[in-house]
Design a protein around this ligand. Structure first.
Ligand code: CA
Length: 229
C-alpha cells in the first residue's frame, strides 16, 4: 500500500485515483499527525510513501527524519512545489529515496514509484506467500500450486489486501476503503462481485477453497493449513 501525505485535497484525490487505476492500494493522510498515526500502527502494510513537505501541522521533512531515526527503511518520495536545490539536497539528505517537484507528469511519477519499489524489493521480499498461494508484487501475477493466475487491477489489489491479513476477517467497509475510493457507495455490492471473481480464479479442482465468506462479517483468506470453518 502507498501512503500519500498531502494536505491539498484536490491534488491528493487526483494522485490517489491515478494510483488506484494502476492497481496500487492507497491511503491518504491530509496532515502530519494522521501520517504519524498510520506509521505507528500500519507501517508494515506500507510499500512506499509519497510525502508533501508543507503540511498544515508541520513539515514533511521532520516526519521523514523521525521515520529514519526509527530505522523505517521503506521508500519515501518527496512530492513538493519546492524546486530549489537547497530543498532537494536537504530532502535527500534527510533520507528521501527520490524527489519529485510539482507540477509533474503522472507517468514520470509512476516510473519513479516503480524504480523506488524495485530498489526496496531487492532488500525486502518481492512476493507474498499464504499457504500454496503466491503473489508476485512486481509482476502482479499470482500462482496457486504453481499454476499461473492472471489478475485484473482490482483483483490484484484485493488479493494483496487479503494476503497481507491472512486468516483475518475483513469487512466489506474495510475492503471498500482500502481497494476502492473512500467515497464509494457503501450500499454497493462491488466487493461481493470482485470477491466472487477472485474466488473463481483462486479455486482449483482438488485444492481447498481459500476465500471464505463469514456471514454477517465479511470475508477472509484462510492460509490452508488444515483449519476448517
Ligand atoms: Ca502542502
Amino acid at each position: 500500500m502507498i501512503l500519500l501525505v498531502e494536505d491539498d485535497a484536490r491534488i491528493a484525490s487526483f494522485i490517489a485515483k491515478g494510483l488506484k487505476a494502476e492497481g496500487y492500494a492507497v491511503t491518504v493522510a491530509p496532515d502530519a499527525a494522521t501520517a504519524q498515526g498510520i506509521m505507528a500502527v500500519r507501517a508494515e502494510d506500507l510499500d512506499l510513501v509519497l510525502l508533501d513537505l508543507g503540511l498544515p501541522d508541520g513539515n514533511g521533512l521532520s516526519l521523514l527524519r523521525s521515520w529514519r531515526d526509527r530505522h523505517l527503511r521503506l521508500p519515501v518520495i518527496i512530492l513538493t512545489a519546492r524546486d530549489d536545490i537547497a530543498s532537494k539536497v536537504s530532502g535527500l539528505d534527510a533520507g528521501a529515496t527520490d524527489y519529485v517537484t510539482k507540477p509533474f507528469a503522472f507517468d514520470e511519477l509512476l516510473a519513479r514509484i516503480r524504480a523506488a519499489m524495485r530498489t526496496a524489493e531487492q532488500i525486502v521480499s518481492t512476493e507474498l506467500v499464504v499457504g500454496d498461494l503466491r503473489l508476485d508484487l512486481l509482476s502482479k501475477i499470482a500462482w496457486r500450486d504453481d499454476q499461473r493466475i492472471e489478475l485484473a487491477h482490482r483483483e490484484w489489489a484485493l488479493l494483496e489486501l487479503f494476503m497481507r491479513s491472512p486468516n483475518q476477517v475483513l469487512s466489506r467497509t474495510q475492503i471498500l476503503n482500502r481497494v476502492w475510493e473512500y467515497d464509494f457507495d457503501p450500499g454497493s455490492n462491488v466487493v461481493d462481485v470482485y470477491v466472487s471473481y477472485l474466488r473463481r480464479k483462486l479455486n482449483r479442482p482438488g485444492l481447498a477453497p481459500l476465500l471464505h465468506t463469514v456471514r454477517g462479517a465479511g470475508y477472509r483468506l484462510l492460509s490452508g493449513d488444515g483449519r476448517s470453518e
